[in-house]
Design a protein around this ligand. Structure first.
Ligand SMILES: [Cu+2]
Length: 123
């Protein structure tokens, strides 16, 4: 398929403009890769820009792949507090986010952690 060089330049600049204004995850607490002896009630996501509630979802999985309903979340400015399930299975846990940036672009990713309560075999 033939694509004109001009079209490529336009496409590239659109991507760059979007990238600059996406609301990306700056940090989380707990952070990715953390090993948790207890699961906190809330996980804090900090974004580079605001998010739009509608069109944003946070979901959770543990080792059992059991279904968890979408997580409740509370945005305030660029900070979003996400409620975590109470008693996940020990082992790998993952919080997936699909966020609608304030600029209208969807941003998605995941934060993988390990839940290792004392005395449990997390493997
Ligand atoms: Cu964007």
């Amino acid at each position: 398929m033939f694509v004109s060089p001009l079209a490529l330049v336009v496409a590239a600049s659109v991507v760059l403009a979007g990238f600059a204004s996406h609301s990306n995850v700056v940090s989380t607490n707990p952070r990715a890769g953390a090993t948790l002896t207890t699961v906190p009630k809330q996980m804090v996501f900090k974004f580079s820009d605001g998010i739009i509630d509608r069109g944003t979802t946070f979901t959770f999985t543990d080792r059992t792949k059991m279904y968890y309903p979408p997580l409740e979340f509370r945005p305030k400015g660029t900070t979003v507090r996400v409620s975590l399930p109470k008693n996940p299975a020990p082992g790998p846990i993952t919080v997936y986010y699909r966020v609608l940036s304030a600029d209208g672009h969807p941003v998605q990713g995941k934060v993988e952690m390990t839940y290792a309560p004392p005395g449990a075999n997390a493997s």
